[in-house]
Write a protein of this length. Sequence first.
Length: 268
Amino acid sequence: MPSIFSYQSAEVDWCESNFVRSAVIAEYYNTDRTSLFSFLLLTSSKFLVLEGAEPPWACGRVELCHLKVSLLLAGIFSMYFHMTLSYVGQLLDELSILWTLAVAYSFWYPQCYFPKCIKTRRHFFWLTGITTVISTLMSFVKPTLNAYALNCIAIHLLYLTWQELKKCNDKRVHRMAAVMVMWWALAITSWISDRWLCWLWQAINFPYFHSFWHVLIAMSLLYCCPLVIYFNVIYEMPSFKPKLEYWPSDSWPVVVPYVTLEEPHKQC
């Protein structure tokens, strides 16, 4: 019986042919540095900036640090999985995504959507933690279903986004949400195509759609994170006025979005 650390011991194998370009890397393009660069872009971005500070001051909120570390680990574990196609690599890849989602839900899930039995953020932390631990243990039962379950969480996130957009009249927020959904739609289309149309892509010698998924989902998250923070500021920091901005400029075709906070005016 092969070791759980052995190459190709995972229950999942993607469409790209194995060990074609390297004797060490199983899926060369799925392990490509572009994937890690996408996640490095996420973790290095200043999603929250205090307006007027020189240089811009990224708000040192502990939840942002936790999220960025989780995203970086997800990128590293994804590369390890596609390099080895090992059972351990598969679980690390999937569980790092699960725990990243747990961090995001714990810190930023709006209190107005809490279950009626949950009264405080602290209680919600416990609920999220227990649910995540149970989900982690269940991930070992049938690992092939993990990726599908994780992708289904996006449906709930899109529903929450829709609910918040109905309360918001800011055109910049609606535009950012539309761009986020566009990148997500392209990403999930690439993921499904690689999983279910592999025979077609191998027939035309283009089995690279899972590598596209890595970059496209990172681009979606690049817009999703500031959007979530924007709504969180409205709920949790009502004395500040959030505004969506783009670096280096709104007019550039490729930009990095972030949220600026106007300092509250002191009352005499």
